[in-house]
Ligand binder design. Structure first.
Ligand SMILES: *Cc1c(COP(=O)(O)O)cnc(C)c1O
Length: 455
């Protein structure tokens, strides 16, 4: 009997196949040959374990699938129908049109990123963005780095390395992704001194822990959990006052970097950088891509002499922000200067979206999607380590999966594997599609995708 491997086409045979030649012209001969060989290896292994030798066409199908899985541009855009506005797994904040355009321009050509056009001398990539941040927060100075985790590491290293940093036990927290305040403190070279208890800490606990070696008080906003009931934590202004008498700086990790008042939208009040500056924090740290609604970035605002020390620390260069992000961030900050954030910054447009509009959209979509779809009450959330437990009432499309083969899990998978992928929420064997987080330009693709997955 002839060996089943014998019936496998040779590598040369593949190179005369039309579809393989098309792949060669899209990618390269070398790259496609590697795929062909990898496919043949896998097929031989399958034959050894008893599989039949596949036909040439099937092998080419598999090679095409490999090419598209390995070499498609990534990350792929998806439609976020979860109603979670800042979804870390989905890339946090979508950018405004202006921010995207600014990043595109910075990416495409050359720019005056570090050139003073007036003098022709070297300029600073921090000067312009720093001035916008000072206008918006009232701070004396600012510096922007790669992300907030880096900003905190840099700030602690510059201000408190080798010194004691006093933190409330209730704020020695983990942010997520392995970022823990005590670990970052140690990495910075500072020495953690925890005071108070998990639920109650007073200013006097901080005062009692002060020694000659105290470098700073650190206050971290509990951004992804809530402690309720019998709790107490000192006001930032109380810490500042207690520190002032002994020459101790207060560092404030705000987390989100929310410049607008969330209570106007029926949400709990999220502390703002402006409040932190007003209360007298030496340095306040926050993210660019949470409630600020911009690109990934870490922002530090505060007193001039402290920002000077931070800027000169060697780590500042190691955590420098890149030009695409700084361009997108400056465009995002301009929306706040022009007081148009609610209309232009996508996360704020989503937060501010009126229920009547969500209702109308869900009604339209549910009519377009047929008998399985109906309009239901639900809740959108902020997500992304901001306003834990806070929700916004929403009106969503609910897709009933009764009788759908495989149920809600399979439908959700088909939606995720569609083009573009759609991510919804599963609740009681239903798929919920929340229009709040779907960008207006994605409406048609969403309806097409859901119809296809249902068919
Ligand atoms: C999210 C968060 C961080 C980390 O910010 P990144 O920009 O993700 O690095 C730090 N501290 C707090 C309180 C946060 O919520």
């Amino acid at each position: 009997m002839a060996s089943p491997y014998r019936s496998l086409p040779s590598v040369d045979r593949f190179l005369s196949d039309d579809r393989i030649l098309r792949l060669v012209s899209s990618y390269s001969r070398e790259a496609v040959l590697d795929l062909v060989k990898a496919q043949l290896d896998d097929t031989r292994r399958a034959i050894t374990s008893g599989a039949e030798a596949p036909a040439l066409d099937e092998l080419v199908d598999a090679i095409e699938a490999r090419a598209s899985a390995q070499w498609s541009p990534w990350p792929a855009p998806i439609i976020n129908a979860t109603g979670v506005i800042l979804h870390t797994n989905l890339g946090r904040a979508p950018l405004s049109h202006e921010a995207t355009e600014a990043a595109r321009l910075a990416a495409t050509g050359y720019s005056d990123l570090e050139l003073d056009l007036h003098t022709g001398r070297r300029g600073s990539r921090q000067a312009y963005i720093g001035s916008l941040l000072c206008q918006l927060t009232g701070a004396e100075a600012a510096i922007v780095v790669n992300n907030n985790a880096a900003a905190i590491l840099l700030g602690l290293a510059a201000i408190a390395a080798g010194k004691e940093v006093i933190v409330s036990r209730g704020e020695a927290i983990e942010i997520g992704g392995g970022f823990r305040i005590p670990d970052v403190l140690r990495q910075s070279g500072a020495i953690l001194v925890e005071v108070g208890t998990t639920n109650r800490t007073y200013v006097r606990d901080f005062e009692a822990a002060i020694t000659e070696d105290t470098g700073a008080f650190l206050s971290a906003h509990a951004s992804n959990f809530r402690v309720t009931g019998f709790t107490h934590s000192p006001e930032l202004s109380e810490l500042v006052e207690a520190g002032r008498q002994r020459g101790i700086i207060v560092l404030h990790d705000l987390g989100s970097g929310c410049l607008l008042d969330t209570s106007r939208y029926g949400l709990a009040h999220e502390p703002t950088p402006q409040e932190s500056v007003r209360a007298g924090a030496g340095l306040a740290f926050f993210s660019g891509d949470k409630l600020l609604g911009g690109p990934q970035a870490g922002i530090v605002v505060g007193k001039q002499h402290l920002i000077d020390v931070v800027s000169k620390h060697p780590l500042a260069r190691a955590v420098r922000i890149d030009k695409l992000s700084i361009a997108a961030l400056s465009a995002t900050l301009l929306h706040y200067i022009k007081q148009e954030a609610e209309e232009k910054v996508p996360v704020w447009r989503m937060i501010a979206m009126p229920l009547s509009r969500l209702e109308a959209t869900s009604r339209r979509w549910s009519e377009a999607l047929g008998p399985r779809a109906s309009v239901a009450d639900s809740l959108s959330t902020i997500g992304g380590g901001s306003l834990p437990g806070e929700t916004l009432p929403s009106r969503v499309v609910s897709i009933d999966t009764t009788g759908y083969r495989g149920g809600a899990e399979v439908l959700a998978q088909r939606l995720r594997e569609g083009r573009p992928p759609i991510v919804g929420r599963i609740e009681d064997e239903r798929i919920l599609i929340d229009p709040r987080t779907v960008l207006p330009e994605d409406e048609e693709a969403l309806l097409r995708g859901v119809r296809q997955a249902l068919s």
